[in-house]
Design a protein around this ligand. Structure first.
Ligand code: ADE
Ligand code: ZN
Length: 343
């Protein structure tokens, strides 16, 4: 086989059908939209320009990012703001070859500021439904509980979500990880699962492998978001491989938040080689310098992943998605067909 040029690899990455399984809708808020919404609502931003805001996206760790991320969300106030935000993300995802997106939203960030849960979910859902009608891009919506808040707060949020049960596929757990283990949320996850919600949780991003075990055993999640610190526990790695527990890995997020110093140090290639169901996702693309294709490309360049490995990761994304088996099989066949066509 001839060597692949950078351009050919970039083309392959965009052409491969992909599911995105780890993206926070609030993390897709581009500075241009932040400024437009600030103008609309008469909000004064502590930055002079779009450029100045982007320059502030220089993080030391997860918390330094979250501080800016929660402040940025303040411009999201009306149903139409959530619609515009979601529509912009979906347009970018489509260009990157995303055919199915499972999207997180953080209702507590908005309801705490007096924004109605109904407006948040209506705006997001309106854009999702439109993308499905127009482009066939399918979706699931995942409500994340903020783990730095109490379980009682999460319970109240679940109560608010129940009338919209038909629009929400599952619950997740995000925000400041260390000091807020999954065990803090056992009761609310139990109630959510009993109500028919799927379950996922961020674990092993900055937190220890024990948090991954808790997410699996106590919250009974079907995927782990991030999970990269599993590598510190060989028995856990063996279990994740044996049980094909998907990890939704976000490489640009990991380097921007200094989980790994350089992309060359990222462990996704090693985890893939050990038989884990790893996927590539964008997390908070407006803050971390790239959408899903940029994440695939950055990993490919740093770790020299082969086209077959890239296709394996795309197939993993459908294996891990909350899709019917027939749809998974159809998309996985689509990945193989794409690889064959471009090889
Ligand atoms: N919320 C948005 N992005 C996050 C991340 N990478 N980790 C935890 N919570 C988040
Ligand atoms: Zn995340």
């Amino acid at each position: 086989m001839t060597a692949w040029s950078d351009a050919a690899l970039a083309h392959l990455i965009r052409a491969l059908p992909k599911a995105e399984l780890h993206v926070h809708i609030e993390g897709t808020l581009e500075p241009e939209l932040t400024f437009a919404l600030a103008r609309k609502h008469g909000v004064r931003l502590p930055y002079k320009s779009v450029h100045a805001l982007r320059r502030a996206y220089d993080f030391d760790d997860l918390q330094s990012f979250l501080d800016l991320y929660y402040a940025g969300a303040d411009v999201l106030r009306e149903e139409s703001d959530f619609y515009a935000l979601t529509r912009a993300y979906l347009q970018r995802a489509r260009v990157d070859g995303v055919v199915h997106a499972e999207i997180f939203f953080d209702p507590q960030t908005h309801t705490a500021r007096g924004v109605a849960f109904a407006d948040v979910i209506s705006g997001i859902h309106r854009a999702l439904a439109e993308a499905e009608r127009a482009w066939g891009l399918t979706h699931r919506l995942i409500l994340c509980f903020l783990r730095h808040l109490s379980e009682e707060d999460a319970q109240r949020t679940l109560d608010q979500a129940l009338p919209y049960r038909h629009l929400i596929a599952g619950v997740g757990l995000d925000s400041s990880e260390v000091g807020h283990p999954p065990s803090k949320f056992v009761t609310v996850f139990e109630r959510a699962r009993a109500a028919g919600f799927g379950a996922v949780a961020h674990a092993g991003e900055e937190g220890p492998p024990a948090y991954i075990r808790e997410a699996l055993d106590l919250l009974q999640v079907s995927r782990i978001d991030h999970g990269v610190r599993c590598e510190e526990d060989a028995e856990l790695v063996a279990r994740l491989a044996r049980e094909r527990v998907p990890l939704t890995v976000c490489p640009l997020s990991n380097t921007r938040l200094k989980v790994f110093a350089r992309m060359e140090d990222h462990n996704i290639g090693r985890l893939l080689a050990q038989g884990l169901c790893v996927t590539i996702n964008s997390d908070d693309p407006a803050y971390f310098g790239g959408y899903i294709a940029d994440n695939y490309l950055a990993v490919q360049r740093a770790l020299n992943l082969s086209p077959v490995s890239l296709a394996r990761i795309a197939k993993n994304s459908f294996e891990a998605a909350w899709l019917a088996d027939a749809d998974k099989r159809r998309w996985i066949a689509g990945v193989d067909a794409c690889l064959l066509r471009l090889t």
